[in-house]
Design a protein around this ligand. Structure first.
Ligand code: MTE
Length: 320
């Protein structure tokens, strides 16, 4: 994400310096992936390589995304957006170790018959953990393919018995400036908030992720629980969720509220609706290099067969 305004932000965080920051993170990540120099700098010490984190047992493999070429683990875990830990893509991997992911509870409330709270251990053992390979694509036109572990969000939501008034779902990240130092500055209106329409939330492609690459989520990827909505831009995939609320009417969400002309509520990947400051028609694949060939972006990020019907009577230029 790029930010256009805000008084207290360092000039180095604003375009075009942001381009420089992305480049720095890219070079760091490239080094981590063994392209050129050896891994160096603070990220090296703080990111456990694949195979050294806790494995998630009993994961069911699904056919979702089989055949897609995976993005290297180092890129997935060292080139991140998680403003609670800094605005540079390399910041979350360096800083997110201050997040404590146990104990962790998620409150589910609002328009439902059985509001309550559920602990992360019950989430990990109470829902069948599936591996699904999904693309995630960010608005700045880069994409990655990740073997996520998680379960359909709808499986959790149904347990709390939403009422007929519930037509949207609202999500909230932890608010704790002590653990999340980025929240000490008013870069965003904390806590980070996102939302989905009820049918989007209940769609079987929408998952709550608990891990990636066979292991529990690294903090910088949104541990212990984050959303993945593969046909939408990455900012919808809210991290480190502590509250899920059934609501009546469209909930206010962080980026939509912050810059409504740039980030819509729906945020469906759509090559024919450009961001006001750049084209969304083509993208680079993370790991292929800064100057690599661009790829055509498919409608709904390639998931049109499964989700286009959700929007059949809508003007997607208006509801972007
Ligand atoms: N969730 C929170 N709480 N804070 C954030 O800054 N960034 C979003 C999303 N979820 C963000 C967040 C954006 S802009 C993107 S592109 C994805 O997380 C990035 O996920 P990744 O770092 O696992 O690739």
């Amino acid at each position: 994400m790029l930010i256009r305004r805000h008084g207290d932000i360092r000039s180095s965080e604003i375009t075009p310096a942001d381009v420089y920051a992305q480049r720095r993170a890219f070079l760091k990540a490239a080094a981590a992936a063994g392209v050129g120099a050896a891994l160096s700098g603070p990220a090296a010490a703080l990111v456990a390589p694949a195979g050294q984190r806790d494995a998630i047992a009993g994961v069911v493999e699904t056919p979702h995304g089989r055949g897609l070429e995976l993005t290297d683990y180092e890129f997935v875990t060292q080139y991140n957006n998680f403003y609670e830990f800094g605005t540079d893509k390399a910041d979350p991997a360096e800083n997110a170790h201050t997040l404590r992911t146990r104990p962790w509870n998620v409150v589910v409330d609002g328009e439902c018959e059985a509001p309550g709270e559920i602990g992360i251990e019950d989430i990990l053992t109470g829902f069948t953990q599936e591996e699904r390979i999904y693309r995630l694509r960010c608005v700045e036109a880069w994409a990655m393919v990740v073997p996520w572990i998680g379960f359909p969000l709808g499986d959790l939501l149904r347990r709390f018995k939403p009422t007929s008034r519930a037509n949207y779902v609202r999500f909230e990240t932890l608010l704790d400036p002590e653990q999340m130092p980025g929240q000490r500055r008013a870069i965003l209106d904390w806590p980070y908030r996102e939302g989905l329409r009820m049918d989007e939330a209940m769609h079987p492609l929408t998952i709550l992720a608990t891990g990636l690459y066979g292991e529990v989520l690294p903090n910088q990827n949104g541990a212990p629980l984050r959303l993945v909505v593969p046909w939408k831009y990455g900012f919808k995939s809210i991290k480190s969720i502590v509250r899920i609320s059934f609501v009546h009417g469209v909930p206010e969400t962080t980026w939509w509220r912050m810059a409504p002309d740039e980030y819509g509520f729906y945020a469906n990947v759509n090559p024919s609706v450009d961001h006001p400051r750049w084209s969304q028609a083509r993208h680079r694949v993370l790991g292929e290099g800064l100057f690599s060939r661009k790829h055509e972006t498919p409608m709904f990020n390639g998931y049109a067969d499964q989700v286009a019907h959700l929007y059949k009577d809508m003007d997607l230029r208006k509801f972007y």
